[in-house]
Design a protein around this ligand. Structure first.
Ligand SMILES: O=C(O)CCC(=O)C(=O)O
Ligand SMILES: [Fe+2]
Length: 199
C-alpha cells in the first residue's frame, strides 16, 4: 500500500507477518542477538545511543553511521529468511541489516535521514517492526509548509522508503513517557562498494 508523500516514496504493508509469528520472532531475536549500546559523538561529547543495536550483513562490509564504523556480524538464519522474503516482495537486493532494540518508551531514534554515501543515490530501505507499536514521524527537510507525517508501526508491519525520500525528509521514532514494552526494528539496506571502507 503506497502512502502518498511528495518527493520520495513510502509504502506500508501493515501485515507482512501475522501478529503471533511477529511476537515469536521478537522474542527469539531479543534472546539470540548480540545487542550493543555504542557511544557516538554528539556536540563534542561521547554519549550512549538511546537504544540497543546490532548490525548484520554479508562478509566484508564496513558501514559508517553517526561516526561509528560498524562491522557486520553474520546473518541470523531467521533474519536471512526475512531478507529473502522482502527481496522477493520488493524486487530489491539487500546486503546489510541494522537492527534496533527500543527497550521501552524512553528509547528512541532522533531525526535523521539515511543518506550516507555508501547507501547510494536513492536508497531503498525496508523497515520491519516487531513487538510494541511505535510512532514513526517524517518531516520535510527544507519546506516546513509541507505537513509532517505520522505512521504507527505495528508488530509485523513492513515500511519501504525509496526514491528521493532520504534527500527530502528526516524521520524519527520519538520518546514517550507512556510505559511501553520493547520493540525491535530491522532496516534492510543495500550498501555499495562493500570492499571499500568509506572515509
Ligand atoms: O525504528 C524505526 O522504525 C526506524 C529505524 C531507522 O530509522 C533506522 O534504522 O535508520
Ligand atoms: Fe533511518
Amino acid at each position: 500500500m503506497n502512502a502518498p508523500i511528495s518527493q520520495g516514496e513510502l509504502s506500508l504493508e501493515p501485515h507482512f507477518i501475522d501478529p503471533p509469528a511477529a511476537q515469536r520472532l521478537y522474542q527469539t531475536l531479543l534472546d539470540e542477538l548480540c545487542w550493543q549500546q555504542p557511544q557516538i559523538r554528539m556536540f563534542g561529547r561521547q554519549v550512549s545511543i538511546p537504544r540497543l543495536q546490532c548490525f548484520q550483513g554479508d562478509p566484508g562490509i564496513h558501514y559508517r553511521y553517526s561516526g561509528l564504523a560498524l562491522q557486520t556480524e553474520p546473518w541470523h538464519p531467521l533474519i536471512n529468511n526475512l531478507r529473502r522474503r522482502i527481496e522477493a516482495l520488493s524486487q530489491q537486493s539487500f546486503n546489510t541489516v541494522l537492527i534496533n532494540y527500543y527497550r521501552n518508551g524512553q528509547d528512541s531514534m532522533g531525526w535523521h535521514s539515511d543518506d550516507e554515501p555508501e547507501l547510494g543515490k536513492n536508497p531503498v530501505i525496508a523497515s520491519l517492526s516487531l513487538g510494541q507499536s511505535r510512532r514513526f514521524l517524517l518531516r520535510h527537510r527544507y519546506d516546513n509548509s509541507i505537513a509532517r507525517q505520522e505512521h504507527l508501526l505495528n508488530s509485523g508491519s513492513l515500511l519501504i522508503m525509496s526514491g528521493q525520500l532520504q534527500h527530502y525528509w528526516h524521520h524519527s521514532v520519538p520518546k514517550t513517557s507512556r510505559p511501553l514494552e520493547g520493540r525491535i526494528n530491522l532496516t534492510f539496506r543495500h550498501t555499495l562498494n562493500p570492499d571499500i571502507q568509506m572515509e
